[in-house]
Ligand binder design. Structure first.
Ligand code: UD1
Ligand code: CA
Length: 463
């Protein structure tokens, strides 16, 4: 019979040193939240190995906020509340207390920290394979730290090992380089039995989970060769470094798959961003959230693209800003284009410099080439909007719709006063203010007539 596995993620800490106005678990990390990483590793471990199990987060500081986030994103992740943060053993205990022994079918229990985002499912698999094959009661993941300060030290002896926390370590112990990573796997029955014996008689007055490891027990360490995966996020410098590392790996993968990144060290791509083969990204580009970019696109310098979908062969010219939009194939935007939420740009359309478009649908081949504002509008195929066009969509209280049909020509420096409807094949003379509907094929002009008085200029020119 195959094993059932529980994974417990400790996330009750406040994260004061991060100085963010959110609980530590919700610290931003490459377009996700810090807590998404251990949860992702745990989910991946179970699904990859086709293992039956459950995942529980132990929450404390900001519990409601974190719980809401978790429930909105994951179907099968449980949360429990740790009343007071009395230490890592107490945190695990609040989980154990939440599951009735009679209902606890788990054979093994993993304990992970919420603040080590680089641990992956393969690391959990490695520990699981060892605890099983060596028939151990517990296994702690350790590593050799270049700077062991702050970590629990692995104190070895002939009989086995135990773990001494920084605050409790003497000078000799502080020299030890092998440290506890905070990732463990236990036989569930062993954990339940032994955790009861842990006391808080130490320098911090905390219940240390690490005290479960003692010389006379059937427990071992597994020393990982790669220190980076255990890199913790406790302050803003570590947050920045971890984020950089995580982005770097993601961008390296994208590059190897065929995305051309001109300069990785000046490009910022969130983890959930997908990019097609043959696309080229210039430096100083930010691709954020759930953005999906097709093949053979060109994204020029300084552009920010957030939660948007770009089809194939799209060109985003320099310094454009896109948020919650769709841009269809062969369209081009910018330089200095601004596409606001709810905008859908048709294939082969051309949005030029200093054009702002909000919540509008532009069909195939539409051109809005210069200095315009288009809001709450629909524009039909192949229509050409001249320079300096404005949809006057707001009456101070409500927003109204502008509809422009296909194959229209709207002259430069025109406005539409919404709500208004312009049919297909219409022509609006430049400088017009359109506030009446236009039927298909009609022409409209609405501007003051020009009066020219010969010789009068000298009266007005003051030298
Ligand atoms: C812990 C280990 C240490 C190890 C280090 C690795 C103990 C006693 N020490 O130390 O050996 O080298 O991790 O990073 O376990 N938490 C709770 N409730 C609590 C206390 C902590 O949920 O009451 C959570 C924290 O939010 C955090 C994790 O447990 O996610 C680790 O706690 P932390 O206080 O950061 O432990 P360290 O001092 O780093
Ligand atoms: Ca820590």
């Amino acid at each position: 019979m195959s094993d059932t596995i529980s994974l417990v993620i400790l996330a009750a800490g406040e994260g004061k040193r991060l100085k963010l106005n959110c609980p530590k678990a919700l610290a931003p990390m490459a377009g996700r939240k810090l807590v998404d990483f251990p949860v992702g590793a745990a989910l991946g471990f179970l699904s990859e190995g086709n293992i039956e199990g459950n995942i529980t987060l132990v929450l404390g500081h900001g519990a409601t906020e974190v719980k809401n986030y978790i429930n909105s994103k994951y179907d099968d992740v449980n949360t429990v509340f740790q009343e007071n943060q009395l230490g890592t053993a107490d945190a695990v205990n609040s989980y154990l207390k939440s599951v009735d022994i009679k209902d606890d079918k788990s054979d093994y229990t993993f304990v992970m920290c919420a603040d080590t985002p680089m641990i992956g499912e393969e690391d959990l698999t490695r520990l699981y394979n060892i605890i099983k094959s060596k028939e151990l009661d517990a296994l702690a993941a350790t590593f050799l730290a270049k700077d062991p300060f702050g970590y629990g030290r692995i104190v070895l002896s002939k009989q086995g090992f135990h773990i001494v926390e920084e605050k409790d370590a003497n000078e000799e112990t502080k020299e030890i380089q092998e440290v506890n990573s905070g990732l463990y796997v236990f036989k569930s029955c062993f954990l339940r039995k032994e955790i009861k014996k842990i006391s808080n008689k130490n320098q911090s007055g905390e219940f240390y989970l690490t005290d479960i490891f003692e010389e006379d027990k059937n427990v071992k360490t597994e020393c990982f060769e790669n220190e980076e995966i255990f890199y913790g996020v406790n302050d803003l410098q570590q947050l920045q470094q971890s984020e950089r590392f995580i982005r770097w790996e993601h961008m390296g993968k994208l590059r190897d798959e065929g995305v051309r990144l001109i300069d990785l060290s000046h490009t910022y791509i969130d983890l959930d961003v997908e990019i097609g083969v043959g696309t080229c990204i210039y430096p100083n580009v930010f691709l954020e959230g759930k953005t999906k970019i097709g093949a053979d696109c060109l994204i020029e310098a300084g552009s920010i693209i957030r939660n948007s979908v770009l089809h194939d062969s799209v060109n985003i010219k320099a310094y454009s800003h896109l948020e919650d939009v769709i841009v269809r194939s062969h369209a081009s935007i910018g330089p200095f284009g601004r596409l606001r939420p709810g905008t859908d740009i048709g294939a082969e359309s051309k949005i030029g410099n200093f054009v702002e478009i909000k919540k509008s649908k532009l069909e195939k081949g539409v051109k809005v080439s210069h200095l315009s504002y288009v809001g709450d509008a629909e524009i039909g195929e192949e229509s050409n909007i001249g320079c300096g066009f404005v949809t006057c969509n707001y009456d101070g209280k409500n927003k109204h719709k502008t509809e422009i049909g296909k194959n229209c020509f709207i002259g430069s420096n025109s406005q539409t006063v919404a709500p208004v409807e312009i049919g297909n094949d219409c022509f609006v003379a430049s400088g017009s203010t359109i506030n009446q509907p236009m039927e298909d094929g009609s022409f409209a002009i609405s501007r003051g007539r020009q009066v020219t008085k010969p010789g009068l200029a000298k009266k007005f020119i003051k030298k």
